[in-house]
Ligand binder design. Sequence first.
Ligand SMILES: [Zn+2]
Length: 299
Amino acid sequence: MPPLVFHPIYSQLDLPVRHRFPIEKYVGIHDALVGLGVSEAHFRRPDALKPSTISSIYDPNYIGQLCSGELSPKAMRRIGFPWSQQLVERTLTAAGGTVLTSSLALEHGKALNLTGGYHHAFANFGSGFCMINDLYLAALNMLQAKNIDRVLIFDCDVHQGDGTAKLAENNEAIYTVSIHGEKNFPYRKQASNLDFGLAKATEDDEFLSTVEQAWHMAMTYFQPDAVIYDAGVDIHVDDDLGHLHISTDGVLQRDRFVFEQCEKLGIPVAAVIGGGYQRDIDALVKVHLQLFKAAGAYT
Ligand SMILES: [Zn+2]
């Protein structure tokens, strides 16, 4: 069974009533996995990243102001959360979780984080519920390993991975692929190495063939040594923000395809759950569980 990374703080954030962010889903996925027979002891608990370790990668002024609560009201509105110490701690722990997941993937072949995919975070500002880009930090972490020279970030969340594309644009060791809804946030997109913008109401067949095409192009052009996979489920037909028409089985097929390809090619893969915004948390958890099913985290 692949290592799973979780911290209770993933779901600990006081938000205004009816806030659009489904903060309860993380512990909901954890509890559902325990209900399916995953032992509590199987979950690895990450440490929060130290701001000093990311200041050299990020704009240190941004990190300083984020941590001290000195970002402007406008900058916080772009992030979409009210500032709190809890928000900072959660953000640093979630990013620490994806970095830990990337190390565990190199060790075990695959590993999964029960949060992650904060792909709208740029070097000097946050956006769309994202403050620190865990995908980019995890890619840099993997590149520290001596046999890893090329990391693919394969982003299948419905929103374009704009922050990741921008952060990695001058790093030839990182290749970014984004498959997303064309007419969806972010409306001003950045250039990934490969971008696939899908029309509203795209269904399973077209979606899955796009995923396969994107994957094979990335394998041909880039030949990665490791993969970071953003398995956002805001592609689902019932998602409140997605506008695509992907079924629960379509999500499972997508996730199975990525894991099977990685296994076949002997490429380690670190997966994160990404976005998913159904207001019905139980229904949302069921869709996120497809990733864990595909990874063999439960039978
Ligand atoms: Zn998303």
